[in-house]
Design a protein around this ligand. Structure first.
Ligand code: GUE
Length: 296
């Protein structure tokens, strides 16, 4: 059976439209404009592209958008100072520090300097702990976007067998927590997992988040399973480059139940969830009821 292609691009546009509605309501009813600050250190061209598209979409939904670009050789203390200023700025409800940071910086220290209430990436240890204990938190954007697509496709995920491939702090681990929260039976697989193909073959839901182009072949995927491909890998094909996921799409698309494409799957949802998290943070900061369906 041919898989349903889960259109992350269209879904993300719907999420952004919902966000725009809440932004309009916050402005008209409360005189509040949600604000997002993005901090970019260094000149990595790929990072610059993401930051630009984030800024554009932030403005499109009517939010206040600020970008801080710092040179790669900036002192860590200057970044910490900027974060402190943003933490205390009442017009800013969300702060994102683009990762990775240059080598000379202590990434944990910088990430944990962001006020947990404004931590729209959900990377601060307080938010990690809250998510891990099932308490209200800021939820990392990529796993949140994956969860939204899974809920939309399946409704209830309860009792489903989910395998997450990849154990990163930004995707794999929080993804597993969210799936557990929705009562899946969760297996975390990684580079040392024995018999990875057989582990993946059990899964009703496969989330691939390893960052290795097309490493999951179609014959690892159970007939009818749902495949969420988090990988965004740029590979060379002859003279050109193209984007591929962590899953080999062509060998999977004919027997999976559903699959997210790359591009146009998880990526656009990640940005939409960043905007959703900013609205959520803004509502919480102002003791207003937060929108339904935009958080875990
Ligand atoms: N603190 C932090 N938070 C992040 O969320 C974060 C980060 N740092 N560092 C960099 C990565 C990367 N990232 C992407 C988001 C959307 C697309 C996206 O929308 N991609 C398009 C394709 C874009 C293209 O054509 O290049 C797609 O998949 O359809 C890609 C990559 C967020 N990141």
């Amino acid at each position: 059976m041919a898989a349903t292609i889960i259109d992350g691009k269209a879904f993300a546009a719907e999420v952004r439209e919902k966000v725009a509605g809440h932004v309009a309501r916050l402005k008209s009813d409360h005189g509040i404009t949600p604000g997002l600050a993005v901090v970019l250190v260094g000149e990595d061209p790929a990072s610059q592209v993401y930051v630009r598209s984030k800024g554009k979409m932030t403005r499109e939904v009517g939010m206040h958008s600020v970008e801080h670009k710092l040179p790669a050789n900036v002192a860590q203390d200057a970044v910490l100072e900027l974060i402190d200023t943003l933490n205390n700025d009442p017009e800013i409800h969300g702060i994102l520090v683009q990762l990775p940071l240059p080598e000379h910086m202590d990434e944990k220290r910088v990430v944990n300097a962001v006020s947990p209430a404004k931590d729209v990436d959900g990377f601060h240890i307080s938010n990690v702990g809250l998510l891990g204990t099932g308490q209200k938190s800021m939820v990392p954007c990529t796993p949140l976007g994956c969860l939204m697509m899974l809920r939309d496709h399946h409704g209830d995920l309860s009792g489903m067998d989910a395998v997450v491939i990849g154990r990163s702090n930004i995707v794999g681990k929080p993804m597993a927590q969210l799936l557990l929260g929705d009562s899946c039976t969760v297996t975390m697989a990684h580079s040392r997992t024995r018999d990875l193909p057989d582990v993946v073959r059990r899964a009703d839901i496969v989330v691939a988040a390893v960052g290795r182009p097309e490493m999951v072949p179609g014959d690892w995927i159970k007939e009818g399973a749902t495949v969420i491909d988090v990988g965004i890998n740029r590979i060379e094909v002859g003279e050109k480059t193209k984007l591929v996921g962590d899953v080999h799409f062509d060998s999977t698309k004919d027997h999976a139940g559903a699959i997210t494409p790359v591009p146009g799957g998880v990526g656009p949802m990640t940005i939409a969830c960043l905007l959703a998290n900013t609205v959520t943070a803004c509502c919480r900061a102002n003791d207003l009821e937060e929108p339904e369906g935009l958080t875990a």
